[in-house]
Design a protein around this ligand. Structure first.
Ligand SMILES: Cc1ncc(COP(=O)(O)O)c(C=O)c1O
Length: 363
C-alpha cells in the first residue's frame, strides 16, 4: 500500500499478553491465571478504588489534563509541577517523547531485545534503531556508550529491565552518564522502580537531575492500575514544557487520575505488595531452578526463563495455556528461546509451579 511508509508496513504491531477470557473460551477452562504482563496480582489499593468510584460523578466534564496528579506527584517526589508530566500509561508518554524529539537523520540507541512497547513506538518513527547485545542479560552500558555517534538522539534504558529483570547500578549509570553528550536524551524507564528502590545499589534517578534525562514511571505495575492507563515522568522543565505541547490535552481520563491520586496515598498497600512480591520472587526462582530450568535472577516482579530453543518455549507456552496458566513467550521482544513469568500471589505461584512441573515432565 503506497500510502503507508515502508517502516510502518514492515512493523509488527504490539501484541499484549493473552487475555483471560480468550483463553477460557479457547480451551474451555473455568479458572485461568494470567502471569503474562507483570501486573500486581493483589490489584489496586482500596483507597484507589474508592476515589475511582467517586470520580464517576464527574465524567460528563472534560479532565484537567492530569494537573491534579502532577501536583500530587510533585509533592510526593519533592519537585516542581513543571518537572512532571502524566499521560495514558508510560507508553503514552514514550510516544510523546518520540514525537517531540526525533527528527529525520536522528538515531535511537538501546539494548537488544528492549521492552517491546518501546521497540514498536521507536520503530514507528522510521529512524535507525541501533542495539547493543546484553552482557550476561544485563545492559552493556560501556558498549552502548561506545556506540554513541553524532546522530544518536535518544538512548533508552529500562531499569529494572523488561524482559530480563536485571538492573544496572548507580555507579555503572554514573560512569555511563559521563560519556553521554548533553545533546543526547536518555530515557530512564523505571516502570518497576518500587520493587527495587530500596536496593542501595539502585540508581533512583530522582536523586540527581540531569538536564538530558527523562524518568518514566507507571501506575500499571505495583499500583495495580494497568487497566486505567496512567503513567508519569520527571525531567527538566524545558523538556516537560515541550512534551506538554505534543501531549493529547485531556490525558489521562478523570477516573484514571482520581484512582492514581488515591493509590499514591496508600503507602501500606505498596509495602504489602512489595513484600508479597519479594516472597514470590524467591519462591519462583528456586522452584523454577529446581525443575532444571535456567532462570535469570530478577529485581522486578517477573522472571525470564531461558530455554534452549524456540520450540521448547512454544511447547511450554501452549501446554501451560491448556492448563489455564498464561505466560509470555519473548519472540516479539527478539528472544525466541525465552519466556517471561510474572510473580503472582503465593497460591498463584504454587499453581504455576505445579503446572510447569507437569509440562516439563513431558517436554
Ligand atoms: C519497562 C516497561 N516500560 C513501560 C511499560 C508500559 O507501562 P504502561 O502500562 O505505563 O504503559 C511496561 C509494561 O510492561 C514496561 O515493562
Amino acid at each position: 500500500m503506497t500510502l503507508v511508509p515502508p517502516y510502518i508496513a514492515s512493523l509488527e504491531p504490539y501484541k499484549p499478553g493473552k487475555p483471560i477470557e480468550e483463553v477460557k473460551k479457547e480451551f474451555g477452562l473455568r479458572d485461568v491465571l494470567k502471569l503474562a504482563s507483570n501486573e500486581n496480582p493483589l490489584g489496586p489499593s482500596p483507597i484507589a478504588l474508592e476515589e475511582l468510584k467517586k470520580s464517576i460523578n464527574d465524567i460528563h466534564y472534560y479532565p484537567n489534563g492530569g494537573y491534579d496528579l502532577r501536583v500530587a506527584l510533585a509533592e510526593k517526589f519533592n519537585c516542581k509541577v513543571e518537572n512532571v508530566i502524566v499521560g495514558n500509561g508510560s507508553d503514552g508518554i514514550l510516544s510523546y517523547i518520540i514525537r517531540t524529539f526525533l527528527c529525520e537523520g536522528d538515531e535511537i540507541l538501546t539494548t537488544e531485545a528492549a521492552f517491546i512497547g518501546f521497540q514498536v513506538l521507536a520503530k514507528s518513527r522510521g529512524v535507525p534503531y541501533k542495539t547493543v547485545p546484553y552482557n550476561n542479560w544485563r545492559y552493556n552500558l560501556p558498549e552502548i556508550a561506545k556506540r554513541i555517534n553524532e546522530k544518536t538522539k535518544i538512548i533508552y534504558l529500562a531499569n529494572p529491565n523488561n524482559p530480563t529483570g536485571t538492573i544496572f547500578t548507580k555507579s555503572e549509570f554514573e560512569s555511563f552518564y559521563q560519556k553521554v553528550p548533553k545533546e543526547v536524551l536518555i530515557i530512564l524507564d523505571e516502570a518497576y522502580f518500587e520493587y527495587t528502590c530500596t536496593d542501595p545499589s539502585y540508581p533512583d534517578s530522582l536523586s540527581y537531575r540531569y538536564d538530558n534525562v527523562i524518568t518514566l514511571r507507571t501506575f500499571s505495575k505495583i499500583y495495580g492500575l494497568a487497566g486505567l492507563r496512567v503513567g508519569y515522568g520527571f525531567a527538566h522543565e524545558e523538556l516537560i514544557g515541550n512534551l506538554l505541547k505534543v501531549k493529547l490535552p485531556f490525558d489521562p481520563s478523570t477516573p484514571a487520575q482520581s484512582a492514581a491520586i488515591g493509590a499514591l496515598r496508600d503507602k501500606d498497600w505498596i509495602k504489602h505488595s512489595k513484600e508479597v512480591n519479594e516472597e514470590g520472587l524467591l519462591f519462583n526462582e528456586n522452584a523454577i531452578k529446581s525443575l532444571g530450568l535456567k532462570v535469570v535472577p530478577s529485581k522486578a516482579n517477573f522472571h525470564m526463563v531461558v530455554m534452549k530453543t524456540e520450540e521448547e518455549v512454544n511447547k511450554i507456552f501452549i501446554e501451560l495455556l491448556k492448563k489455564g496458566v498464561i505466560v509470555r513467550p519473548l519472540k516479539s521482544f527478539g528472544l525466541p528461546h525465552c519466556l517471561r513469568i510474572t510473580v503472582g500471589t503465593k497460591e498463584q505461584n504454587e499453581i504455576m509451579i505445579d503446572k510447569l512441573k507437569e509440562v516439563i515432565k513431558n517436554l
